[in-house]
Every structure is written in C-alpha cells, then in structure tokens.
Write a protein that binds this ligand. Structure first.
Ligand code: ADP
Ligand code: MG
Length: 244
C-alpha cells in the first residue's frame, strides 16, 4: 500500500495563514497521528490530503500520484483519490439504511450489483455489524454509527484511511473500547492511516508515529516514546505532558 507525502503544504483562509509549509511522510501501513490543540490546523491538513480543501501551496503525494492542488484544474474528493474518510460527525445519510449508506460510494464507482453486495457484506463483517444492515442510523448507538462510518470508508478498499477525531463523540468508557478495537482492525488490515486527534492519551496509545502541531506548524514528528521522553520544544512537552 502506498505512503503519503505532504510537502511544503501552505494554506490561507483570506489573509489568515493556517498552515505554514507543513512537511511529513507517512510510511506504508503506518498509523500516523496529527496531534495538537483545537484550531492548530489538523483537520485542514487532513482535508487537503482528502481533496476536500484546496491547498494554497505545496504538494500531496499518495502512492505514485502527486496532487498539486494550487494549480490543478481538477478538484478531487477522497473517493476519487481512493482514500477512505471518517468525519468526526460520521456524516451518515439519515434517510438511508446502513447497507444503502455503504452502497452509495460503490454506486458512484459504478460497481456491479454482485460486487456491491459482496463488498457491503465484507465491510460490515470487518466492523462486526453484519446483523444491522437494514437499520437506519438513528436506530444505532453512537459506537455503532462510528463503525458504520468506518465500514463505509473501507467499502471500496481505499489505499489510505483518513480519520478525523472519530472517537470524540463517544463517552469515555466506550472510547477506550473503541480505541483498542480500532487499533486491532488497523493492524489486521495493515492500511496506512492518518488519524487526527487533540487527545494526547489517544495519540500515545494508537500511533506508530505522532506529528505534534501548533498554530499551523509542525513541532515534532516521532514515535510515542520519542515525543513523550524527548520533546523537541517546550510546547510539545507542555501539550503531551498535560495529560499526566
Ligand atoms: P483543528 O482541526 O486542529 O481544530 P482546523 O484545521 O479546523 O483546526 O482549523 C485551523 C484554523 O483554520 C482555525 O483557526 C480555523 O478557525 C481556521 N479555519 C478552518 N476552516 C476554515 C474556513 N473554511 N474558513 C476560515 N477559517 C477556517
Ligand atoms: Mg479538527
């Protein structure tokens, strides 16, 4: 599976710069986390990778394909880039069953009926929700909705998974369980994952490597151990240490 390379990513909204030449490379199969306080630019970075937000400058490479969005004519979406995305709010279609929610990205890709049924069954199986295919989102618990959103992101076998605070709407106990479950699933699938969170504990528990951000800048990239034991800047120590 391909890696992701973000190079000199620069983003302004009006005259406000929210990303200052951010650089990082994610290895094949890695669980990579963007960690930082609210408003530091994590979602904007993820949305630029996803093709949902247009960078002001810089390049994004996924596998063999480089997207130079500031000059590109085409504006791609996560599906077109073959990336699976889970939003903080899950963004399930409320008027559609679980199966219909999963069918949507496959219909857009013109999958055959047989292929669709197989993929939906496989994806629901991966998240342990095969028995809930005919339910509507409002008939599911928060944890189940979160799994459906993950199944929908996995249904077209994306090369990379993008997760924006996927556990933040769950209560504390459920979040701990979901964390362990998510980590196990990611390891089993071996899928390159870009995870966004403001929760230090979560980042330390889940990640192969963590990129700590503040004010649109990358402060340090390292393993949980490196970030925790040898913070590169006082801001990193203050932020990562705050949970203790
Ligand atoms: P995070 O995900 O780390 O909380 P965001 O990437 O959402 O941070 O936001 C980074 C900064 O960009 C914030 O100051 C936010 O207010 C600003 N921002 C995000 N999206 C927009 C937008 N569409 N228009 C203007 N400012 C935005
Ligand atoms: Mg965010």
């Amino acid at each position: 599976m391909p890696d992701v390379r973000v190079s000199q990513l620069y983003k302004t909204f009006g005259d406000v710069t929210v990303l200052h030449e951010v650089d990082f490379t994610i290895r094949d199969g890695e669980f990579f986390t963007l960690l930082g306080p609210s408003g530091c630019g994590k979602s904007t970075t993820l949305n630029c990778i996803a093709g949902l937000e247009k960078p002001t400058g810089g390049t994004i490479t996924v596998g063999d394909t480089t997207f130079v969005d500031s000059t590109a004519k085409i504006f791609r979406t996560p599906e077109e880039r073959n990336l699976g995305m889970v939003f903080q709010s899950y963004a399930l279609w409320p008027h559609m069953t679980v199966a219909a929610n999963l069918a949507m990205p496959l219909t857009i890709r013109k999958a055959s009926k047989k292929d669709k049924q197989q993929r939906i069954a496989d994806a629901l199986d991966k998240v342990g929700l095969a028995h809930l295919a005919d339910r509507y989102p409002h008939q599911l618990s928060g944890g189940q909705q979160q799994r459906v959103a993950l199944a929908r992101a996995l249904v077209y076998s994306p090369s990379v998974l993008l997760l924006d605070e996927p556990l933040s709407n769950l209560d504390a106990k459920l979040r701990e369980q979901a964390r362990a479950w998510l980590k196990a699933l990611q390891a089993e699938l071996g899928i390159t994952t870009v995870y966004v969170t403001h929760d230090q504990d979560e980042a330390l528990a889940l990640s192969d490597r963590i990129a700590v951000m503040a004010d649109g800048r990358m402060l340090q990239i390292g393993t949980p151990k490196e970030i925790y034991e040898t913070p590169a800047a006082p801001e990193v120590a203050a932020f990562v240490g705050r949970c203790n």
